[in-house]
Design a protein around this ligand. Structure first.
Ligand code: IPE
Ligand code: IPE
Ligand code: MG
Length: 247
């Protein structure tokens, strides 16, 4: 167990869950099996996040670019998302988890969108961990949609162009009301953001771990949190100097 007194717990952890396909390939299994096993890792990580007192956990489940995968794999991933919400929603609700979904809702299949809305609506008043599911999400697409909304407000005369500041942009992002991630973890050894939370992660600590997502365990998560606690976040300033005790 992690010692909450000793470790600085991030308020918001975001995870790029990568490596399902390679996990399966390494075992001579179809990629779909890796995705299936990945769902089990999701369940564990949500539980640990709640236990250690993380307030927001964002999971990158499907990117706006993942539509370019073979149709069979896309179908598998959609099936898993639907099964996850159907099977786990009641359990998440009983864990007091509040669900938010970020990503574009345009042109989502009619069997997916209602489930996402149901997950958000059912858990709306929960006060525990906020689980943010990034589905059909791409940061550039999110920023483009936010920009259009602001341009429309200017065109209608509701705001002046000169009034647009960081806060005005943030208010139009899908993550409106969610604090920026303190820690972004990517599994599988790849060291890139792949269009994830480009605006919000401006000052996030980045942590790349070698394990494939289906192998992401409680222990690896705890170790990641301990690594985060040792990081020195400066936000453009200078490191605080240890002050001598004044007698
Ligand atoms: C992450 O695993 C899951 C999704 C992107 C949906 P991948 O499917 O990207 O697995 P690799 O990177 O090909 O091993
Ligand atoms: C990022 O992983 C998207 C998700 C984890 C959902 P990808 O596997 O799609 O990213 P690239 O293609 O390796 O950059
Ligand atoms: Mg990948």
């Amino acid at each position: 167990m992690i010692n909450r007194q000793l470790v600085r717990i991030p308020e918001h952890v975001a995870i790029i869950m990568d490596g399902n396909g390679r996990w399966a390939q390494q075992r001579g299994l179809p990629r779909a099996m890796g995705h299936r096993k990945g769902v089990e890792a999701v369940r564990d990580v949500v539980r640990v996040a709640g236990e250690v007192g993380i307030s927001y956990l964002t999971l990158f489940a499907f990117s706006s670019e993942n539509w370019s995968r073979p149709e069979a794999e896309v179908t598998d991933l959609m099936g898993l998302l639907k099964a996850f919400i159907r099977r786990d929603l009641a359990d998440l609700h009983s864990q007091n988890v509040r669900i938010r979904v970020i990503g574009s809702r345009d042109n989502l299949r009619s069997d997916i969108l209602p489930l996402l809305i149901e997950a958000e609506e059912t858990t709306r008043h929960n006060t525990g961990l906020t689980l943010v599911i990034a589905f059909n999400y791409g940061a550039r697409d999110e920023i483009v949609r936010a920009t259009k909304k602001l341009a429309e407000k200017v065109a209608r005369g509701e705001i002046a162009a000169a009034d647009i500041d960081s806060q005005a942009i943030e208010n139009q992002l899908d993550t409106n009301g969610i604090p920026d991630p303190d820690l972004v973890i990517r599994t599988s050894g790849e060291e890139r953001l792949s269009n994830f939370l480009l605006w919000q992660a401006a000052y996030a600590e980045l942590l790349f771990v070698p394990e494939f997502w289906p192998d992401f365990s409680r222990d690896i998560f705890h170790a990641a949190l301990e690594t985060y606690a040792r990081r020195d976040r400066r936000f453009g300033g200078v490191a605080p100097v240890a002050t001598a005790a004044v007698s």
